[in-house]
Design a protein around this ligand. Structure first.
Ligand SMILES: CC(C)(COP(=O)(O)OP(=O)(O)OC[C@H]1O[C@@H](n2cnc3c(N)ncnc32)[C@H](O)[C@@H]1OP(=O)(O)O)[C@@H](O)C(=O)NCCC(=O)NCCS
Length: 180
């Protein structure tokens, strides 16, 4: 069975780099650009029906995450961003090397700076800005501690990102649907 997952909406058609992988059970709609070696897991919704969404190279979007935008801004997600399971992204920007924890919610117009980690289940309130290379936790999200770009914790995030970059090839080559 061929499941269609990439949808044009009027004249707005997703642009997806040839090296990106979008799982057939994800939905990508309308005004969306997806960069090189991006991995989009099953049950992700990236819905560019109200505003444009851009996703930079080597970013991953994990199962159940939702990305939506608004007419008043472009939602820009940078390079090598990790978006954990079930995260909700209604942010204006998520800059390079940021990590969004499982179930985190980035509310309307919020801005995640470079190298920031938003912890599991944290809620970044409307239009909140963060400072680079820091961890934010809680509801509403508050500064917890620094995340040094040269630390072991940062290296572990980078290694984790690399597994998702490798997944783009692995899934294209070796993922086979088992017909009943
Ligand atoms: C925020 C985070 C980095 C903290 O990691 P850590 O330093 O190993 O945390 P610890 O488990 O040692 O806990 C330290 C303290 O922070 C608290 N804490 C940990 N995670 C928290 C969270 N998500 N929200 C609120 N508080 C949190 C702990 O309760 C503990 O508090 P205490 O000192 O009062 O007992 C981690 O919990 C996290 O959210 N990582 C994101 C992982 C992720 O979602 N990756 C996406 C891939 S799926």
């Amino acid at each position: 069975m061929n499941i269609m997952t990439i949808y044009a909406l009027g004249d707005k058609k997703p642009e997806i780099a040839p090296t990106a992988y979008v799982h057939p059970q994800a939905a990508v709609i309308g005004d969306v650009r997806i960069g090189e070696r991006v991995f989009i897991a099953p049950m992700v919704s990236i819905r560019g029906d109200r505003g444009r969404i851009e996703i930079g190279d080597e970013t991953n979007v994990q199962d159940g995450a939702v990305i939506h935008s608004e007419p008043s801004f472009v939602t820009k997600i940078g390079r090598r961003v990790n978006i954990g399971h079930n995260a909700t992204i209604h942010a204006e920007s998520v800059e390079d090397n940021a990590a969004i924890g499982m179930g985190a919610v980035l509310m309307l117009g919020s801005k995640v700076a470079e190298g920031v980690m938003i912890a599991n289940s944290a809620l970044l309130y409307n239009k909140t800005k963060t400072e680079p290379n820091k961890i934010y936790t809680g509801v509403p999200a508050k500064y917890m501690r620094d995340l040094d770009p040269t630390s072991d914790a940062r290296r572990a995030i980078d290694e984790y990102l690399d597994t998702y970059v490798a997944n783009t090839e692995l899934y294209r080559k070796d993922l086979h649907k088992i017909e009943e």
